[in-house]
Ligand binder design. Structure first.
Ligand SMILES: NC(=O)c1ccc[n+]([C@@H]2O[C@H](COP(=O)([O-])OP(=O)(O)OC[C@H]3O[C@@H](n4cnc5c(N)ncnc54)[C@H](O)[C@@H]3O)[C@@H](O)[C@H]2O)c1
Length: 311
């Protein structure tokens, strides 16, 4: 997509600033709105910091294309694409999206970054063209991680879905289409499945928090970051591929699946998990750890580009 888009960013906290960075880097114009005191200065400083980290594009040119509006209606008035990043509260999002829907051109797509609400729920107060309200769910740190989940409503036209996917690809994202509305979309459900068993194993005293992090980040996580869990599983079957793996290891795997724990995040388990993470972080600076994670992420993403996996 070579056209320059007018993009409105609503809510300029962590996620809004990350989206602004991505759209500006791709050459688009961004008009942001956030009612909090000092939001514009924080956004400018956050976006500048993000641009320095990614090292992509001309920072001066990007910052010149970043505008801040005095109201939501003003920011979306001539937008081609709106990305909503308000607080994760249904009532707030519904009213932001209803106001957006009544002020934005009929041809614009309105995407919400919501971590878990369904687009139909978010669109219930919109009366103009609620069918173009979709979810575009990013992953933190969202100025670096390419994944976006696009979730349409059953009423969303195929053309809107197609254009939404193209727009995300045009800013270097790797979108997936979630074909139905599910609480937590798809990726947070996958994470929840893993977290559930990790919490359960800690609760039962089977392993430390640190060893769970070691198990994933030095084991399957390395392979998952390259291929995902399913094609990777198929490769474990050698020439017989996925069919051989499932015939050979599927039956014991089903036994393990039936033994998985169900947890409740009550006070006792919460205390155990917090203590485990505190132990793991003892003597380390979380700010430095996050910085190092971002540096490694950039190198991983560069590797994926080198192998043609990302544009
Ligand atoms: N933080 C994450 O890891 C993450 C990841 C993916 C998706 N999300 C989703 O992104 C959205 C934003 O999350 P965040 O972490 O950036 O939150 P945040 O608290 O950092 O930012 C929310 C911003 O919304 C602003 N706001 C409040 N009312 C508003 C209004 N009426 N109009 C415009 N702006 C308004 C606030 O002033 C604040 O700056 C949420 O829906 C969240 O679920 C967050």
């Amino acid at each position: 997509m070579s056209t320059t888009l007018k993009v409105a960013i609503l809510g300029t906290g962590v996620i809004g600033a990350a989206w602004a960075t991505g759209f500006l880097t791709a050459g688009h114009t961004v008009t942001a709105f956030d009612p909090a005191d000092g939001a514009e200065a924080r956004l400018r400083s956050q976006v500048e910091g993000n641009l320095e980290v990614t090292g992509e594009g001309d920072i001066t040119s990007a910052m010149e294309r970043l505008h801040f509006a005095g109201s939501l209606a003003e920011s979306v008035g001539d937008a081609d694409f709106v990305q909503e990043n308000g607080p994760e509260r249904l009532d707030i999002k519904q009213s932001m999206l209803a106001e957006t829907d009544s002020a934005v051109p009929a041809s614009a797509i309105i995407a919400s970054s919501t971590s878990g609400f369904a687009p139909s729920e978010l669109a219930t107060k919109a009366t103009n063209h609620p069918e173009r309200i979709v979810v575009g769910h990013p992953f933190n740190p969202a100025h670096l991680v390419p994944l976006v989940e696009l979730v349409p409503t059953p009423a969303t036209p195929a053309e809107v879905v197609k254009r939404g996917l193209e727009i995300y690809r045009s800013i270097g994202k790797k979108p997936i289409l979630v074909r139905a509305e599910l609480p937590g979309h798809v990726t947070n459900r996958l994470q929840a499945a893993l977290w559930q068993e990790a919490y359960s194993l800690v609760d039962r005293g089977m392993v430390s928090v640190e060893d769970i992090d070691t198990a994933i980040s030095y084991g399957p996580g390395l392979r998952w970051a390259i291929l995902g869990p399913l094609v990777q599983q198929g490769l474990s079957g050698g020439q017989g591929g996925m069919r051989h793996v499932l015939e050979h290891l599927g039956p014991p795997q089903e036994v393990w699946m039936r033994d998985l724990g169900q947890v409740h995040l009550g006070e006792e388990l919460t205390d155990k998990l917090v203590a485990g993470v505190d132990d793991e972080l003892e003597g380390k600076d979380p700010v430095l750890i996050a910085k190092q994670r971002d540096e490694m992420l950039l190198e991983l993403i560069a590797l994926k580009r080198k192998y043609g996996e990302l544009p």
